[in-house]
Write a protein of this length. Structure first.
Lengths: 222, 222, 222, 222
DNA sequence: CATGAATGAGCCTTCATTCAT
DNA sequence: CATGAATGAAGGCTCATTCAT
């Protein structure tokens, strides 16, 4: 008998189910279009269950956002279990791959990507916390990787710009999927294709970053 | 009897005004949150004007999308009036700059960027036409630029991947602005900063593309 | 054909009907217990009619309060068409009688009394205006009557106290009707009984006020 | 085995606390607006405690009404500890003063006044008992005072009318406080002002009653 | 033709009450 | 026994759309 989590009450079960179902619905149609009725119906809960467990629709949404974020990061950790003494190149590759896998996964973890994309269009109060607690550390990690690659002495601005150039390439395929799909109908995003994509983004970025590093040294600074 | 264009002005004026106002409202709050009432109120038109002129809210939206796209491309053409014999580097730079200016502009042209960002989240039927008529040519133009840079013989896939890497860096700042603003509160997007940003993206991309070109030649193909 | 009130449109008819019906319902069960559904149902109007014509339930209530007040004062004017040179005694009698008739009437004018009674328990924002525009003038009128009766030189405080003693006797029978009915089940409030009641209140008050006037003179002022 | 009253304290304590808290809430916002949740929350009791101890919200209200009435009469008894051989004038004065103090007091006793005022607007079943057991005796007491003042031989109707004229003046300031406050914003109801008010009502009523007594004798009857 | 009064479906939320534990 | 999670009816309000004028 496994060490049962303490107090796995009926309440928690309903709450959890609600959280999961709401995640689905919010990811599918967004906060506004999602209706409490639909969520409760799918979760086989009473229409008043949302208000009872979360106060109101908005707080349910906040809880969903935080929960999906946690799940996504647990499922695809940014370093992908890399050895401690990995090279910067390996670390960049892992970062890109885990990021891609995270937002293109098909499971519950994928919902976070959809929710975040919607959050970019209409930010809610929940975004502040999310950026501070989750995005910030990721950005710092990536910047440290870039610093290792571009060499010491690079300005904060350079690090920031390069980090964003890396991130942008990953996010693009997720965010602009509707356009990409229409431009290249044959393009798929299976695991093979994702690996190829990760390889391209990594190589493209490595080439650029290293080149910038060389150019900086030649100019003797900055 | 002349083809009475000057006659129908009263109607056309209302229609045009409605189109413009709807563009504002849709860009501000999105399709769902926008209300026909609000649009008609701002346009000083009757509440039934939308249904009268455009059939329903959705067809108004489609008309708005097409209109804003036209305006945006007219205001910031992709080549920025470049000389015919411009170098590939100049053409890439112009492409990046015009793209950035287009989506970060503060005017009617900027609305298109916002609407497209929303379209990425919940594509409507209008997106098909838009991609075919506007995005496709832009993509082709960028790919030809990349081809000039990477050298002859590069695969279609390589061209496509590189083109997307370029585009993604531009779009990122627009699409993820809510996160960027929270990560770097001091970052501004005035004309000076946009120029610097364009410079970075251009240099980053040039370095990567050329490097990939060299690597390919060394490997002797693909 | 009578001089038709200008613009007696269909809109006004619905609005007026709604106002009347809402008056009934609010008087019967109060603001909170009254439901927009019930009001619209009784008025044979759409469920959204209240919001359309009055904005929301609260503003409908305010409109009802103002309207019933107007009707009540038009139906039973405070001076009851008294001659200009009426004696103070006659004016007091008319004031008391018209007040009693107003709050005990059975028609639409009676609703105002019920609404005001509820307003005493839970005042709304509408009360401020009502007191300023309707109660204030009535109070001034009564005070001038009392001044004529008590003789010159009486303090403002005395006038106020006496005026309130008069008003209180009238309102009591309306406000405490539930208790009065239980104490004296045989008591009726038909027109005959109201006349007797008016006579008592008038005589009781006259006796008191004149006596106070005499006492004051003996003491040589105040 | 003794009749275990000390046993059941835990339950009784909750019940009593609930009664007290409900009194507060009902007096503040009325029966309808009061929520069982709020009452249980303030009483630090379970949400189901009301139904458990009192059956439902309505029966809780009835219990509250009876309890507050008891407390109010215990705190401000109608004769204010008057000597047995007090004059009718003194008894009237005591009656008026105790009545005023009761309804204007700032404590648990005051709640009864507020509840009764609401009961006047929407009587509940609890009113019958209350009138029979509490109001009736008070009315009888006041009528006997009036009889002493107006002289023997006065009709029941006269006694009743005069008694009500007295009571009405007291209740008016409590019941119409919202209007009074708006008419005379500077008016306060501290202990000093209440004494002055009691004095006015007493003198006003005494003057009227005695005058009516004289008039009756002159006319020789009734 | 162009208007704006009117519609009714549907949304979020509240609340007294119940019932298994 | 006492609890609190769960219920479901009902309320106010919004909004795209319609239709008689």
């Amino acid at each position: 008998m496994p060490p049962q989590p303490p107090e796995a009450t009926a309440q928690d079960a309903t709450r959890k189910h609600l959280l999961e179902t709401a995640g689905e619905v919010f990811a599918e149609v967004g906060f506004r279009a999602a209706t409490v009725r639909e969520i409760c119906l799918r979760a086989e809960a009473n229409i008043a269950a949302v208000n009872y467990h979360f106060g109101d629709k908005e707080r349910l949404y906040t809880a969903v956002l935080q929960d999906t974020c946690r799940v996504a990061l647990e499922t695809y950790p940014p370093n992908l279990g890399l050895a401690a003494k990995a090279t910067p190149e390996q670390r960049l590759s892992a970062f890109v791959r885990s990021f891609l896998l995270r937002i293109f996964s098909e499971g519950p973890a994928a919902r976070h990507g959809k929710l975040m994309a919607r959050e970019m269009i209409e930010p809610t109060g929940a975004l502040d916390d999310l950026v501070r607690e989750n995005v910030q550390p990721m950005a710092a990690m990536l910047k440290s990787i870039v610093r290792s690659l571009v060499g010491p002495g690079a300005s904060e601005e350079t690090l920031r710009l390069c980090a964003m150039s890396v991130v942008s390439q990953v996010l693009f395929y997720h965010h602009c999927r509707p356009v990409v799909r229409r431009l290249y109908p044959d393009l798929k995003f299976g695991s093979v294709e994702l690996e190829q994509l990760a390889e391209h983004i990594t190589q493209f970025s490595l080439a650029a970053i290293k080149q910038l590093g060389k150019a900086r040294k030649k100019r003797g600074g900055k």
